[in-house]
Design a protein. Structure first.
Length: 398
């Protein structure tokens, strides 16, 4: 009825002065009127309110930013000054939907200036970059709670990978932000945390933090040959198998080869990582070294240096090999993070970079379809883990 009336009278539905703004104003003011009635204990103009110790004391104008743009409302007051409205709280200038919109746009990688321009263009609302920064800063409390939440006591696999971000600290330089992702005993994906830093001592700090949060055992940890990481794992979880990401090993190999030789090198090295056993892999690697060692000695050295962390997965069946020979499982997450990071260009400090990455992580898979596909993909590997690591992986560890 309201829409038909608006159309008949030539009233626009959206925009300043439109039907939605007027309707929002009436709803808010009606709710505020109900709140003041509950507070003072009598209806407006009711004689029962005389000489009761507190009474209505007019209204004050206030403009709040809503999903349909800025709306001016009249907020009632009382003579005692004790009225605390809830629908539009004191000093509140935005309703929750606007904050959620800002956080969503920020998680998708929009800069504060772009978000401000978007709100001005679509809703006619002037929101400063400082206000947007204040809204996004609210996630830091949630981030601290998330980063310190209790963990399961055992995970089949941990994936560790890095995202390089540009930090403006005197001069712009690349800094790694590390993401640790776990696969649970139910086959679901769980991001355990994000950290800025690197080095042997730093990895010991990260893994000790995870253990203090309740993580007592990890069956396998897959990474990209990070310096000092295997030693830190050995200290915190002595029984954990550290596996180098084979895909990263291949990519790094191509850095030392001419472009026209990439296909030949890939074909020559494939028998190494698809060998049925470690002994067979060693034979195939010697053949590769004989064929390509003279032209590309750096590739041979790369594989030789990583050999101890490369061969563990060769002792497992094909189901386990599929999921631990690469960090592709976490790279799909990193792809979303990189999209948000690239849109920002660079960050003033590490805290700003961590905030951006955290918001990107919290916006992953909003429909839950990705979670379902992920869980189904892990059913067969988890059965293989249950057999290979008998006694260490049980459903009761949830």
């Amino acid at each position: 009825m309201l829409v038909d009336r608006a159309r008949n009278e030539g009233l626009q539905l959206t925009g300043e002065g439109g039907l939605l703004q007027q309707l929002t104003k009436r709803v808010l003011e009606s709710a505020l009127e109900g709140e003041i009635t509950d507070h003072v204990g009598y209806e407006k103009h009711d004689p029962a309110g005389k000489n009761n110790g507190n009474s209505r004391n007019g209204t004050r104008a206030k403009t709040v930013l809503t999903d349909v743009g800025p709306v001016e409302v009249r907020v009632p007051c009382d003579t005692a000054g004790s009225f605390e409205p809830q629908i539009v709280k004191k000093r509140q200038r935005r309703l929750t939907g606007v904050d959620e919109m800002v956080l969503s746009l920020s998680a998708k990688g929009l800069t504060h200036g772009e978000i401000s321009a978007h709100l001005a263009e679509v809703y006619g609302a002037e929101v400063s970059k400082q206000t947007i920064s204040t809204i996004t800063d609210k996630v830091m409390d949630g981030m601290a709670e998330w980063q310190n939440r209790p963990l399961d006591c055992v995970y089949p696999v941990l994936f560790v990978d890095a995202i390089n971000v540009k930090i403006r600290d005197g001069k712009v330089a690349n800094r790694p932000i590390y993401v640790v992702m776990a696969v649970t005993v139910d086959g679901t994906r769980d991001i355990l945390g994000i950290w800025a830093g690197e080095g042997a001592k730093y990895w010991l700090h990260v893994f000790t933090e995870l253990k203090n949060r309740g993580l007592d055992d990890v069956l396998m940890l897959v990474c990209d040959g990070l310096k000092g990481l295997p030693e830190a794992v050995e200290t915190v979880w002595p029984r954990t198998i550290v596996q180098t990401c084979v895909v990263h090993l291949l990519r790094n190999s191509f850095r030392y080869a001419a472009r026209q030789d990439w296909d030949k090198v890939a074909k020559a090295v494939k028998p190494v990582y698809t060998a049925p056993s470690e002994d067979a892999a060693t034979e195939r690697f010697l053949e590769f070294q004989e064929s390509w060692g003279g032209k590309y000695p750096a590739i041979v050295k790369l594989w030789s240096d990583a050999w101890a962390e490369f061969v563990p997965f060769l002792s497992f069946d094909v189901e386990i090999r599929k999921v631990i020979c690469s960090t592709n499982a976490i790279e799909s997450v990193n792809a979303r993070i990189r999209r948000a990071v690239r849109a920002r260009g660079h960050f003033p400090n590490e805290a700003a970079a961590l905030k951006c990455i955290y918001m990107a992580l919290m916006s992953l898979d909003p429909t839950g379809k990705g979670r379902k596909r992920w869980t189904m993909r892990w059913k067969a590997p988890l059965n293989a883990f249950q057999i290979a690591f008998e006694g260490r992986l049980t459903p009761s560890n949830n």
